[in-house]
Design a protein around this ligand. Structure first.
Ligand SMILES: [Zn+2]
Length: 213
């Protein structure tokens, strides 16, 4: 079992006190729309791996392409220091295999927003990586880490910006991760049941959730 702290969308002031070390996670997953210095603070205080995907309110956090890096050595990874960008990637950390897809449905101009068909292409790319890079454990995927929810989940409101991605429903069916961790839709203090899609536990991480897989 691995103890995982998931965070999303809202800074929890309690984390600046004793709560963070008391939670004692072995891995942190950040689902986006959080200040980058909050993530940097968490990773430096805990000293465990932190994987993140960007949310729709985050800047473009993709590392500059190698060609440009070679020309201007000053260009650095724009993400929070010490944290690992899992967007569009399959990353293994603390013995957990994580696949990440950041961003929300496109509802206004800006980075980290995608139409359903753009996200379908991104999800297919990730599916291909999962097939090409089988895990040593034989398991294809432990956690799907995204900013937006799957389309199948019940939405707390009818805001079109909170629409989930159909491509995630497919990924859950095909890759059958043990958990799908996401943010973006705020639970608004309503007690959240722990729904499942097939064998996958759905974890709404706003503002934080601790779980074990
Ligand atoms: Zn969002």
């Amino acid at each position: 079992m691995t103890r995982i702290l998931a965070v999303a969308d809202e800074v929890d002031e309690g984390m600046y006190g004793e709560r963070l070390p008391e939670l004692a996670p072995e891995l942190v997953l950040a689902c986006g729309d959080l200040p980058l210095d909050y993530l940097e603070y968490i990773v430096s205080r805990l000293d465990v791996p932190l994987l993140y995907v960007p949310g729709n309110h985050d800047p473009d956090l993709r590392a500059p392409s190698r060609t440009w890096t070679a020309l201007s050595p000053d260009l650095e990874d724009p993400g929070p220091p010490g944290c690992i960008n899992a967007d569009g990637r399959v990353v293994e950390a603390a013995g957990v295999r994580v696949a990440g897809l950041g961003g929300s449905i496109r509802y206004r101009p800006g980075p980290n927003q995608y139409t359903q068909s753009q996200m379908r292409r991104r999800a297919l790319g990730l599916e291909l990586k999962l097939r090409l890079k089988p895990a040593r454990s034989g398991r294809r995927l432990d956690v799907l880490l995204t900013h937006s929810p799957p389309d199948a989940v019940d939405r707390p409101d009818t805001d079109p910006a909170h629409r989930g991605f159909k491509a995630f429903d497919r990924l859950l069916r095909v890759a059958r991760p043990r958990a799908h961790v996401y943010g973006h839709v705020h639970p608004y203090g309503v007690a959240q049941p722990e729904p499942k899609v097939g064998a996958t536990l759905l974890v709404n991480a706003v503002p934080y959730r601790l779980f074990e897989i």
